[in-house]
Design a protein around this ligand. Sequence first.
Ligand code: ADP
Length: 474
Amino acid sequence: YVKAKYKFKPKFYSTQVEYKPIRSILVANRGEIAVRVFRACNELGIKSVAIYSKEDRAHIHRLKADESYLVGEGLAPVQAYLSVPDIIRICQDHHIDAVHPGYGFLSERHDFAQAIVDAGLRFIGPNPKVVQQMGDKVAAREAAVAAGVAVVPGTDGPVTTKEEAKEFCIKHGLPVIFKAAYGGGGRGMRVVRKMEEVEENFQRASSEALSAFGNGAMFIEKFIERPRHIEVQLLGDKAGNVVHLYERDCSVQRRHQKVVEIAPAPKLDIKIRDKMTEAAVKLAKYVGYENAGTVEFLCDDTGNFYFIEVNARLQVEHTVTEEITGVDLVQSQIRIAEGMTLPELGLSQHEIHPNGFAIQCRVTTEDPAKNFQPDTGRIEVFRSGEGMGIRLDGASAFAGAIISPYYDSLLVKVIAHSKDLQSSCAKMNRALREFRVRGVKTNIPFLLNVLENQKFLNGSVDTYFIDENPDLFK
Ligand code: ADP
């Protein structure tokens, strides 16, 4: 591909913050998100650097960067990308200025952020202390309470014994949800509806959390019935400015994991939106949040909303926000890390406006007919949906690509943008129907069922939607 000739040189230097240009960025990740960051680097005239595991030596993300280096030699596929000393060695050997963590892998590990800073490199994200505070869901809750943001009623701190768990349930009533303090990605959670199941479930959840996240600390929240998951995208700079870029609705979930995301949230009362974005900005200012981040809320049907967590990183669904605001979030992250302020970037709150509706479908190599079991193998035929209003973010989708069992099953993110929800859905539907994928199974038939569901088209679904509609699996 052709490297962008255009180099953006900021005209205004901040008076409060030192501006230090970044000349090269290593992305400590793989797949589509690595490519997403490389694209931003290429457009800004910044050298992009990939790392790859032995298993990924033929993967496309490697070829989309200016340079690429083998990481974690001798380690298992996922472990290779978690090899902090090796990543730092690569940065030092090749004079790299900054590291972007993407999502997943090391992106929420404060010790990684700290190791980057200690090595004299720049971490493209919040400062390591904030990463730590937000990564610990109990500490994040405490910060929200201190900032005056409503949280789901829950335990004040971590709960370590089944007796304490039972006590909470008796006092606050059922249902409740047990959550791993260091959990993520929809894992480490258990809903409990019967008193006799409290103790056993607590024990199980805690030992699961210990093996999955290396820490068995749990906390308990009241389970909100029929919530919508709505989250606010934020950007903060080094001068302490924070803006929001409106919200996304991520209520379409399977096993607490997002499948389809929409920006802005359909049919959200404007007063509630204002309160929610205000609460998110307040929390971010309170903790000194810098760079891109998301504050997640659950909304009940009476218009109350409750903080659940902060994701101190770029999210999979950042694309829909980019589409409706026209703001490149990854370029913004890089500029902020260089020391530019939001006003210098043209990102004061009054300059950010939502336009239309954007929707993202996560196309995965999973077979809906087999309970979404990941499918692997060689893609024999690949043709994608394209055309007006369609954006594709991917890295592993082409004829001849090998889908390995080692990493997550995201094949390509399809994003549709149009003037309203219905026309975005129509575009998405049309684009998904243009896809031809042979050799591996995908969840496209399932996504089409979602897009044709009347409730979904009306913009009135909550997090129970998939569970309550077995028709979607046909
Ligand atoms: P993770 O970090 O694993 O993504 P979250 O705390 O963001 O976990 O929760 C993921 C999803 O789980 C939410 O979007 C929601 O559907 C469900 N959930 C979490 N907490 C509650 C709660 N207190 N009541 C009802 N549903 C919840």
